[in-house]
Design a protein around this ligand. Structure first.
Ligand code: PMP
Length: 460
C-alpha cells in the first residue's frame, strides 16, 4: 500500500487502527469487539469522531492540553509559513521563533531567565533532573544529588520520571528505578495524614518535607520537585500556608525548588503559571501541554540566572549542560507557542479561566447537595476535580468500576470528562474537568448537567 491508496473511509481507518495502532493508556482486548474511537475534527470546545458524533471535550484532548481550543487556523498558518521557510536546526544554533518565544515567556515569569527547549513534559523534567545532578557534581562533590518528589505527583513516563513519581500504580512493573529520588508525603487536606485543624494542615504537610530532608541529610538534597496542583493524582490544591513554608524550607537548606507546570502552565489555573497563584519563586520550572496547546510538540525547562550561571566555567571545557534534544530544534513548537500565547492574551483567557473555574466549582458544589457520593470538590481555574466516596463520614473511595461507568455515561451523552487513572492504589475515584480556557457558562452547565444525569443513572 502507498500513501495514495489511503482511505478516509471510517471502516478502513478503524480497521487500520485496530490492526496496527497501540493505543495509550488502555487494554487492547476490548478492541476485539468494540471500535476504537477516532477523533477527526475539532472546533472550539467540541470534537467530532469518525462516526460523526459530536462531543463536548471537558478535558482538552484527554490530557488537559488544548488550552486555546480546537481549530485555530492562525496557529496552523503561522506554523506552515515557518516550516516552509526554516523547519529545523538544532545543536548549538538558535532559531528566530526559538529566540522570540523565549523572550515572551520570560516576560511572564519574573525572576526566571533561561529557556531550554525539548519536546515533552517527561523530557523537560528529565532536563531539570540532569541540571540538578550536574550542579551537584560540579559544585558539591556529587553529594547534593538527591531529588525529592511528592506522593501522588506525576512527572512523566520515562524510568527516571517514574523514579520521581508518587503514583504507585503507574510505577508498578517498571522497576528497578533510578536511584537518588526520595518521596515526601502528599498535601491532600481531604485525606490529611494527621488530626490537625485545617489551618495547620498546610504548614504540617510542608514540615513533613523538612523531616525527610533532615532524615536524608540536607547536604545530600539538591532539589524538591512538585506539581503546583497535583493533577492526575487527584487535583490536589495545596492547603493554606503550604507554599510559604515550602519556599522557606528550600531556602533554609539551599535546595532548588523545581515546579512542574506541565499541566498548570499557560493559563490552566487562571494565572500564566500555577505557582503564581501562591506567590512562590521557583528556581526551575518545566512546562509542556499548554505551551502550544497541542498544535505542536514543545516543552521548556526554564531556570533562573543563578542556575544557568553554574554551567559557566572558563577553566572547565565540560562545564556546559551536556545535553541535547534533537527536536528542541524544530521551529513548529515555538512558532505555535507564540500564537498560542497571543491568543490567551488577546482573548483574555486567564481571566476567563479564573471566572469559569469559579462557575465550574459552584456547579460541582451544587451537585454535592444532590449527590452524597461527591465527598470533596477541589480546583483552581479551569482545573477541577470531584472526589467520589461511598460514605462522607468514612470517606471510603467509590470503586473504580463505578467511576468508570460514570465517565462512560457522560461519554454516551456526548461529554468527555476524565477520572484519575490507575494512579494511587484504591483512590482512582476523582472525576477530572479541564475544558479549554475559552469555555462559557453554557458549556460548563452542559458538562455538569451530564455529570448530574450520569450520577443519577449509575448510582441511583
Ligand atoms: N508532569 C505532569 C504534571 C504531567 O501531568 C505529565 C503528563 N500527564 C507529565 C509531566 C509528562 O508529560 P509528557 O506526557 O508530555 O511526557
Amino acid at each position: 500500500m502507498n500513501q495514495h491508496a489511503l482511505s478516509n473511509d471510517p471502516a478502513a481507518v478503524i480497521a487500520a487502527d485496530r490492526a496496527h495502532v497501540w493505543h495509550h493508556l488502555i487494554q487492547h482486548k476490548p478492541f476485539e469487539t468494540i471500535d476504537p474511537r477516532i477523533i477527526v475534527e475539532g472546533k472550539g470546545l467540541r470534537v467530532w469522531d469518525i462516526k460523526g458524533r459530536e462531543h463536548i471535550d471537558a478535558v482538552s484532548g484527554a490530557v488537559w492540553t488544548v488550552n486555546v481550543g480546537y481549530g485555530r487556523k492562525r496557529i496552523a498558518d503561522a506554523v506552515a509559513a515557518q516550516l516552509t521557510k526554516m523547519c529545523f536546526f538544532a545543536g548549538a544554533s538558535g532559531t528566530i521563533p526559538g529566540a522570540q518565544f523565549a523572550e515572551l515567556l520570560i516576560d511572564k515569569m519574573p525572576g526566571l531567565d533561561r529557556v531550554y527547549y525539548a519536546n515533552s513534559g517527561s523530557e523537560a523534567n528529565e532536563k531539570a533532573f540532569k541540571m540538578v545532578r550536574q550542579i551537584a557534581h560540579k559544585h558539591h562533590g556529587g553529594r547534593k544529588h538527591k531529588i525529592l518528589f511528592r506522593e501522588r505527583d506525576y512527572h512523566g513516563t520515562t524510568i527516571t520520571n517514574l523514579s520521581a513519581g508518587g503514583q504507585q500504580e503507574r510505577n508498578a512493573q517498571y522497576g528497578p528505578y533510578t536511584p537518588g529520588f526520595v518521596q515526601v508525603p502528599h498535601c491532600l487536606e481531604y485525606r490529611r495524614q494527621d488530626g490537625l485543624t485545617d489551618d495547620d494542615y498546610g504548614i504540617r504537610a510542608a514540615d513533613a518535607i523538612e523531616e525527610v530532608i533532615l532524615r536524608e541529610g540536607p547536604d545530600t538534597v539538591g532539589a524538591l520537585c512538585l506539581e503546583p496542583i497535583t493533577a492526575g493524582g487527584g487535583i490536589v490544591t495545596p492547603p493554606k500556608g503550604y507554599w510559604d513554608r515550602v519556599q522557606e524550607i528550600c531556602r533554609k537548606y539551599d535546595i532548588l525548588l523545581h515546579i512542574d507546570e506541565v499541566v498548570c502552565g499557560l493559563g490552566r489555573t487562571g494565572t500564566w503559571f500555577g505557582y503564581q497563584q501562591y506567590g512562590v519563586q521557583p528556581d526551575i520550572v518545566t512546562m509542556a501541554k499548554g505551551v502550544a496547546s497541542g498544535y505542536a510538540a514543545i516543552s521548556c525547562c526554564v531556570t533562573t540566572d543563578a542556575v544557568f550561571e553554574q554551567f559557566k566555567d572558563d577553566t572547565d571545557p565540560l562545564s556546559y549542560f551536556r545535553d541535547i534534544s534533537t527536536f528542541g530544534g524544530c521551529t513548529a513548537g515555538p512558532t505555535a507557542a507564540i500564537e498560542n500565547m497571543a491568543i490567551i492574551e488577546e482573548e483574555g483567557l486567564l481571566a476567563n479561566s479564573a471566572a469559569m473555574g469559579i462557575h465550574l466549582k459552584n456547579n460541582l458544589h451544587a451537585l454535592m447537595d444532590k449527590h452524597a457520593v461527591i465527598g470533596d470538590v477541589r480546583g483552581q481555574g479551569l482545573f477541577c476535580g470531584a472526589e467520589l466516596v461511598t460514605d462522607r463520614g468514612t470517606k471510603d473511595p467509590l470503586n473504580e468500576k463505578q467511576v468508570g461507568a460514570i465517565v462512560a455515561d457522560c461519554m454516551a451523552q456526548g461529554v468527555i470528562i476524565g477520572a484519575t487513572n490507575r494512579s494511587v492504589p484504591g483512590f482512582n475515584n476523582t472525576l477530572l474537568f479541564a475544558p479549554a480556557l475559552i469555555a462559557t457558562t453554557d458549556d460548563i452547565d452542559q458538562i455538569t448537567d451530564a455529570v448530574d444525569r450520569a450520577l443519577t443513572r449509575v448510582l441511583g
